[in-house]
Design a protein around this ligand. Structure first.
Ligand code: NDP
Length: 388
């Protein structure tokens, strides 16, 4: 099964509809189409990000070698773009030009509008991709496959690399949703709960870290291997923004104090998760750009000179996924045990990473052949030493 995001999400949505912990999600129960201004706000946000991305300065990063022997160049200015957007919104809210709780208040409508946008964009990419695909290739692929999984690896619209760009509205959007709920909680309770504070700090750090290390994105699976269709479009525009932030709905009115043990658990899983996640991803990126650079102070051990078997990559073949899972857990734990739906992000990421690890294993096995087999013998664990 290759449509990982789509299928997993459908299963999880069905499961959550059956769950009895859905009270905070009640606004979603009464469906109504969003008014025009919601669509306009959404489009303005996306277009502003594209314009800022085009004009603001940023480090140029070369992408991996493509099938036609060329490499794309990526302008990595996501941090400055997000900084400008958040600062502008904050100043506008402070002076009363916009309402800081607008996103939280219109969450359900924004969710629907973003879904519409994702389907329209996917349809456009589908038509565009099919039109420029050689006819003999078209026969080998179904229309549904192309719509969901995408036709093109790196589609461009008006000079914008849409796949690389789409992480910006998603990660920046996640931050905006969080901040809007933060203000809403303060407006309602006149204070910020410890749970909300922990959720906000950990997720803001994760988003900030993503943009700081944006240059490393160019060697990730999504960029090098995944075509851009509904699966990624929906994942970026809808799922990250609304799925990853679902905890807000539970935290908004949850005033229960946190025990010291809970705080230690949340902070501990965040710190350990972050060290593994960032450490593993940085080691791989460093190895790809400078194979001789020291890993944990030692000369890196390699398999066939092409695969890293030192540091986190010598402990398990995808420690970066385990680190990310611990981080995801730390984002959900502030919600406590009241609702399983609040653990949606962690459960989703667990299924995604286990499934993706298998797909990556197949891809690497085809690409590296016997070198990959040697690596698997040398590093037998997939994601967690001695466990999996
Ligand atoms: P990886 O960054 O692990 O990339 C996998 C690729 O790395 C392989 O295809 C191979 O590509 C290369 N590689 C694998 N093993 C080695 C090795 N030992 N030495 C050198 N190169 C190796 O996977 P992803 O792109 O999936 O994930 C990147 C990060 O993004 C992860 O931390 C993940 O947790 C996170 N992520 C988060 C998601 C979320 O929703 N929060 C969703 C998906 C990912 P090559 O052909 O270049 O050698």
């Amino acid at each position: 099964m290759r449509w990982s995001h789509g299928y997993l999400l459908l299963c999880l949505l069905c499961a959550s509809l059956l769950a009895k912990h859905l009270i905070p999600l009640l606004p979603y129960a009464s469906f109504s189409w969003p008014p025009l201004h919601i669509y306009l706000a959404l489009l303005s946000y996306i277009v502003s990000l594209a314009i800022l991305g085009a004009f603001l300065p940023g480090k140029q990063q070369q992408g991996t070698l493509l099938a036609d022997g060329t490499r794309l160049k990526y302008k990595c200015n996501g941090l400055v773009v997000t900084g400008v957007v958040i600062t502008t919104l904050a100043i506008s809210a402070y002076y009363g030009y916009i309402d800081a709780t607008w996103v939280a208040d219109n969450h359900a409508h924004l969710f629907i509008a973003t879904n519409v946008f994702a389907f329209v964009l996917s349809a456009y990419l589908f038509v565009k991709g099919r039109l420029c695909t050689p006819p003999n290739w078209l026969k080998q692929r179904s229309m549904l496959h192309d719509f969901v999984m995408g036709c093109e690896l790196n589609p461009f619209i008006l000079g914008v690399d849409v796949k690389f760009f789409s992480y910006r509205p998603s990660m920046c959007g996640w931050l905006i949703v969080n901040l809007s709920f933060l203000v809403k909680q303060y407006d309602t309770l006149r204070f910020i709960t410890g749970r909300m504070m922990l959720y906000q700090i950990t997720t803001a750090w994760y988003i900030w870290d993503y943009f700081v290390h944006e240059t490393k994105m160019v060697s990730t699976w999504d960029i090098i291997a995944e075509h851009f269709g509904l699966m990624l479009v929906w994942g970026d525009y809808v799922f990250i923004v609304f799925g990853f932030s679902v905890q807000n709905l539970f935290l908004l009115s949850d005033t229960r104090p946190l025990s010291y043990v809970s705080v230690a658990l949340i902070v501990g899983s965040f710190c350990v998760g972050f060290a593994i996640f960032r450490g593993a991803n940085s080691q791989k990126h460093q190895f790809k750009t400078n194979p001789k650079a020291l890993i944990w102070g030692k000369t890196p051990i390699t398999v066939g000179g092409r695969l890293l078997a030192s540091g986190f990559w010598g402990m398990a073949r995808h420690m970066n996924y385990s680190g990310d899972l611990l981080l995801a857990l730390s984002f959900c734990l502030p919600c406590g045990s009241r609702s399983s739906v609040a653990y949606f992000y962690f459960i989703y990421l667990l299924l995604l990473t286990v499934h993706r690890e298998k797909r990556d294993d197949e891809r690497c096995s085809l690409k590296y052949k016997s070198i990959w087999d040697d690596y698997c013998r040398q590093v037998p664990y997939r994601m967690l030493p001695f466990i999996y």
